[in-house]
Every structure is written in C-alpha cells, then in structure tokens.
Design a protein around this ligand. Structure first.
Ligand SMILES: [Zn+2]
Length: 420
C-alpha cells in the first residue's frame, strides 16, 4: 500500500474517488422496491433488568448541546431516593455498533452532571443517540432511556430530507432537489442491498453532503483535508468510517456533476461501505481493490460502471495491470479493477455469490481465504482467471517484491476526471 497523495483525512476512514468525466450518458434505472422489505428506522433499547435497584429515580432534565465544530456537552439533572448520585457516565453512539462512553462531572452551581463530546474528526449531523448510567451512594444504578439527537451545525444553512431508507443533510448552496434524488436512489437500490447482503442495515444511515466547490467546511472538523489530489485530476467524492453511521459526500457543480450521477454513484457506493462495516467485506489497507470494487458494485451509475470496466480492460490490454495486492488507494485503479473483479465473480458464480462470499467473510474468514474457499481455487489461480477474462496478455499476475504496509489509512472515494 502506498501512502495516499491526499493528506490524511481521518484515521480508519473509507474515502472514495468518483469519475467526473462523461456526464453526458443518459442514466436509466430500474426501480420498484419489493413489497415486504422494510428498513429498520429505529432501534429502541429497553433498559436493563432491575434498572434503578431499590431506589426511586427522578430525571428532571436531559439534554445534549451541540457546539459544532467543537463537540458538545451532555447534561443531566437527576436524583435518587437512596442518596446522592456519586457517578454519572453517558454512553453515546452514531450507529448502534459503535458505542463510546464519557464520564460526567458534577456542577455544583447548576446541579447538573455534564459530560463532554470532543467532536474530533466527526462531521456535523451524525446521529447522537445516548443514555446515561447513574450510580447513587447506596450502590443503586440506573440507566435512562435512549435519547435520539443530532450533532447539529448552526453555522450555516442546511436542507434536510428523510425517508425510511436514509436521512439526508445537504448544504443550501447545493441543488434543492438533491435530497429527493438521494431518497429515490436509496429506495431503488433497496432490493439490491437486501439481496447482496441478506438484510438491510440495522440503522437508518445519514448522508451529509457538502458543496465540493467550497471545500473549507470540511476543514472545520477534519483539518488539512484536501478534496483534490496534488498533480492529479481526481477529486474526493466522499468518505465514511465504521463509527459514523453516515457518510460525507462532495458535490461539484462546477465539474458537471448531476444529481442522478451523484445519488446513484457516490451515495450508493458509500452506503455499500456501511454494509461492509456491518457485515464484513471491508478489506482493510491490504485489500483496497476489494473494498472499493465492492462499493462500486453496490452503486448503480451504469455509465460510470461501464467506463470503469472499460478502463480496467484497457489497462489489462496494455500489459501493465499490477497484481491486485499491489493496487493501492491512489487514483481510480482500485475502483475500476476492483469493480471488474466483482463483475467477473458474479458473472461466473451468479448474483447470489456476493451474499455467500460476504457471509463467509462475516464469519471471520479473511477476504482472500474466503475467496479461495468459495471458488475452490488458490488466489493465484483466481487472479489468473480474472486477468484472462479482463483481457490481460500476461494472465499470471506478475511477482512484485513486498512493500511495507501502512496501517493508518483513509479509503476515500475519488472522482477521477478523465480527458473527455
Ligand atoms: Zn469507497
């Protein structure tokens, strides 16, 4: 893995590149979500057994104050019939599987317990779902109900729209219809996600969409992020992490982006990463081609995917196609070649192969081992067959001396611009 030309975005983030050329092709999408597949829109969490112990608890006030981009403060005013509260901690999460805890301090003057949210590396408008755990001096513990709030940004104007599939926040300077197009794309892709992953996400994801032509906003919480690679024609299209329950997207009106292209390309790609995080299938730094290729496979910008396959075929024909393990996160190669791999894989083994493979990976079998187990071939044999299918004259993957692996890595989606 080579270090990205992008300055470090965020540790453990998945960033992604998008192609911005050739916006002229018309988009055609088949729609209609199947009856009966309903997204989960809330995750009610019952308090634990024996909540509160022998005491009677009173919660007078509970609130989260966003101080975006500087984090925020959780506040609670509560009491126990058995004595003073001696400790208070808040458990908060942006999605159900990434809980964090912060201990509170008692403010004598106001009578509130207060805990801090740092906001470090976290975009505005992620979900802020939280509950408090309180202990009184008699040793009783009490857990409050879950509160659903947001990490709100009041510095600028935002649009918001929601459906059962997604919550969309987009800057007011972006097209007004963008939210509805994203909602449409998510509805149209619901069946695909269900079939590809065996279930829908356990939470309602969020899209946080920035105007890529005014990139300063992102620097409020991800300092030093640039949206264009130096000396490259690629642009940062979006990124996400395991903890967000959301993704960040960049919309570039100045580069001919359209709402459809953005929604069916970038958005569905990033949501593909959210499915990877929840089910397995995120290949990590060693298998960028796998994660990004799979995210592309989850997207539905047909003209973009046609071009990705064509570019991979051209690269293969040139004789310069590197082994998959050597494809890093710079430029579009991981996306184009990785997508082509999934095109080959599902053509050979059928559409259901995606789910079966991801279920193997989800059981803790690694990406490469799962592929070998599924196909009954060694990885070299798999790669040789894929390269042959793609049109490489040198079908056996070339042997390359191992290079050091960088553990900290951002996996952005990039939008490559190509000469028209
Ligand atoms: Zn990606």
């Amino acid at each position: 893995m080579r270090p990205s030309k992008f300055r470090p975005v965020l540790l453990l983030a998945v960033a992604c590149i998008i192609a911005l050329a050739a916006f002229s092709s018309s988009l055609q999408f088949s729609a209609s979500a199947q009856e009966g597949i309903s997204p989960q829109t809330s995750t009610p969490q019952p308090p634990p057994e024996g909540n509160g112990g022998s005491a009677t608890w009173t919660v007078e006030d509970v609130i989260f104050n966003s101080e975006y981009p500087n984090g925020g403060k959780f506040n609670i005013k509560a009491s126990s019939s058995a004595g003073n509260i001696v400790s208070a901690a808040v458990v908060y999460m942006h999605n159900p599987s990434s809980k964090q805890r912060a201990f509170g301090r008692f403010d004598q003057e106001s009578g509130y317990w207060i805990a801090d949210f740092s906001g470090n590396g976290v975009p505005q408008w992620v979900a802020m779902d939280y509950y408090w755990q309180l202990t009184d001096e008699a040793g009783n513990t009490y857990q409050t109900d879950m509160v659903n709030d947001n990490y709100a940004d009041t510095r600028r104007e935002w649009n918001m729209a929601e459906s059962e599939d997604i919550i969309v926040y987009w800057e007011r300077t972006l097209p007004e219809e963008l939210g509805q197009t994203v909602i449409d794309a998510m509805r149209d892709r619901r069946d695909f996600y269900y079939n590809a992953w065996g279930k829908l996400l356990s939470y309602r994801p969020r899209a946080i969409l920035f105007n890529g032509d005014q990139p300063a906003v992102i620097n409020e919480w991800a300092q030093g992020t640039t949206t264009q690679a130096q000396g490259s024609t690629s642009y940062l299209g979006g990124f996400t992490t395991r903890g967000y329950g959301a993704f960040v997207g960049f919309y570039y009106a100045s580069r001919g982006m359209t709402d459809n292209r953005f929604a069916y390309g970038t958005v569905l790609h990033e949501v593909g990463h959210l499915y990877q995080f929840e089910n397995g299938g995120f290949g990590g730094a060693a298998n960028v081609w796998f994660s990004e290729g799979d995210a592309e496979y989850n997207s539905a910008d047909r003209s973009g995917l046609r071009r990705a396959l064509q570019d991979a075929q051209d690269l293969a024909a040139s004789g310069d196609l590197p082994p998959l393990s050597e494809i890093g996160s710079v430029g579009r190669m991981a996306y184009d070649v990785g997508y082509s791999f999934f095109a080959w894989f599902t053509e050979k083994y059928g559409e259901g192969a995606h789910l079966e493979l991801m279920q193997l990976i989800g059981r803790g079998t690694g990406v490469i081992k799962s592929l070998e187990r599924y196909t009954g071939m060694s990885f070299v044999e798999i790669e040789t067959e894929f390269r042959t299918w793609l049109g490489a004259p040198n079908a056996a993957p070339p042997t390359i001396a191992p290079t050091p692996t960088f553990l900290m890595f951002a996996s952005p989606t990039f939008i490559p611009t190509k000469a028209p």
